[in-house]
Design a protein around this ligand. Structure first.
Ligand SMILES: Cc1cc2nc3c(=O)[nH]c(=O)nc-3n(C[C@H](O)[C@H](O)[C@H](O)COP(=O)(O)OP(=O)(O)OC[C@H]3O[C@@H](n4cnc5c(N)ncnc54)[C@H](O)[C@@H]3O)c2cc1C
Length: 405
């Protein structure tokens, strides 16, 4: 195949890569996205989108498009321990323009971004294209080699972006060091029909001892359930049969007993998410940068993966565009890309710290620790000031700072 010469080559068309492509195309930068899958029907992925990203999606011109699907806005977040509500956060009480998280299935999000990006002639999306090698000139990365159904393809670019997710191949190919920190448990995700008497606007964490499940109403008329399972235990659990999952769900949420038995017949009706966080000390090389999950895989707590993927995109786009406009014939240097990591790193570290603390609280099972956990949630529950202090940096930071101007 004829090689492609472009300004930016983005490997991975998830929320990070697609949002970056849109932002670059708007800035008149030639952008090619390489995505291995042929359609949007990706495996189970992040759907809970933080208010800050809802705000950003509106500024990007995407929110109207996705809202046409009649998505659910989360107005309440509840923690229910042993059938008692120990924490109830009502987002209506927070005085921000975009108060509510939304449950936004990724195919709807990605389709909307691609539709918007396709208005720009500089945007090109190549589906069914698997990147499997980097092209180097000395130490500098100048593009990628990939496999397509029509043959091998080379794409040359001033900047190669690895937005290829939590198991990033680009990160491996670039020999970028990282540390994968396993967390205390993994998750089994599955979907059930939304029960008639279930509020569409309440996201609930149900806890009993060291077990918990996250239950989120989602489009279209479904419940998305994330059930925590002991770390690395999936093979053992599978041997116990799917009845074991039915029991765990019923213990946590008895009203779902019939539904889970009816709709989750085998373990293949679930999607297992190995929970880990990845720390990548340096996100860039000369000519290459990582973003989204490839640069910082987060845990599912408070649904921050999509949020930070999108914030990465709007942060990187102006830096990359300026560098390419100033020096159209030169690969973007590590020095310039360092600015991107510096701008993003503090927030990522703060979210990771918060998630690790929460993770420990959720997995506490001794009576002392569960008592302390309950006391903590009840204390937070009694104070709107404390609620805002906890949620503001996670959900509302960009609105507070007017990041997009
Ligand atoms: C089960 C589950 C539930 C989750 N729930 C939530 C949630 O509720 N809220 C939330 O915010 N986050 C959640 N997350 C995390 C969220 O999905 C990610 O943080 C987010 O999708 C990261 O976006 P990304 O673009 O960086 O990577 P991804 O979404 O992983 O996209 C990477 C893309 O790269 C492509 N790719 C990979 N390798 C190559 C290659 N070599 N060549 C070409 N293409 C390639 C992949 O096909 C994929 O499309 C969840 C994740 C899972 C697995």
């Amino acid at each position: 195949m004829e090689p492609i010469y472009t300004d930016v080559c983005i490997v991975g068309g998830g929320p990070a890569g697609m949002a970056l492509a849109l932002e670059l195309a708007k800035r008149n930068i030639r952008t090619v996205v390489l995505e291995q899958s042929k359609n949007y029907n990706r495996s189970f992925r992040g759907e809970f989108v933080s208010p800050d990203s809802v705000y950003i999606l509106d500024r990007l011109g995407i929110l109207k498009k996705v809202n046409q699907h009649g998505l659910f806005h989360t107005r309440n977040f509840e923690v229910v321990e042993n059938d008692q509500t120990v924490l109830d956060v009502n987002f209506t009480n927070f005085q921000y323009g975009y108060r509510y998280p939304i449950e936004l299935p990724q195919p709807i999000l990605l389709e909307a971004i691609v539709e918007e990006a396709s208005y720009y002639k500089n945007f090109q999306l190549l589906r069914g294209t698997l990147c499997n090698e980097l092209i180097r000139e000395g130490e500098t990365i100048v593009g990628v080699k990939c496999h397509t159904s029509e043959g091998e393809l080379e794409v040359y670019a001033n900047l190669t972006v690895g937005s290829d997710g939590r198991f990033s191949r680009v990160r491996e190919l670039a020999e970028i060091e990282y540390q994968k920190i396993p967390l205390e448990r993994d998750f089994a995700w599955f979907k059930l029909p939304l029960p008639d008497n279930w509020s569409k606007n309440t996201c609930r964490v149900k806890i009993r001892g060291g077990s918990h499940a996250i239950i989120l109403p989602t489009h279209p008329q479904m419940l998305r359930v994330g059930l925590n399972i002991p770390k690395g235990s999936i093979q053992k659990l599978k041997k116990k049969g799917i009845e074991y999952l039915h029991q765990m769900v019923t213990q946590l949420e008895p009203t779902l007993e019939q539904s889970v038995k009816e709709h989750i017949k085998t373990w293949s009706d679930t999607s297992i998410l190995e929970i880990f966080t990845t720390v990548v000390p340096t996100w860039y090389r000369d000519g290459l940068v990582l973003m989204g999950d490839a640069a910082h895989t987060l845990s599912p707590i408070l649904g921050q993966g999509v949020n930070h993927a999108i914030i990465d995109a709007i942060t990187l786009a102006p830096i990359a565009a300026k560098a390419i406009k100033n020096n159209p014939d030169t690969p973007v240097s590590a020095e310039i890309l360092q600015e991107f990591q510096t701008l993003r790193q503090k927030d990522i570290q703060a979210v990771r710290r918060l998630q690790l603390r929460q993770e420990k609280m959720f997995s506490a099972s001794s009576s002392l620790l569960t008592y302390l956990r309950r006391t903590f949630y009840r204390t937070v529950n009694s104070s709107n000031w404390l609620k805002e202090k906890i949620w503001k940096p996670v959900f509302y930071k960009n609105q507070a700072q007017h990041l997009m101007g």
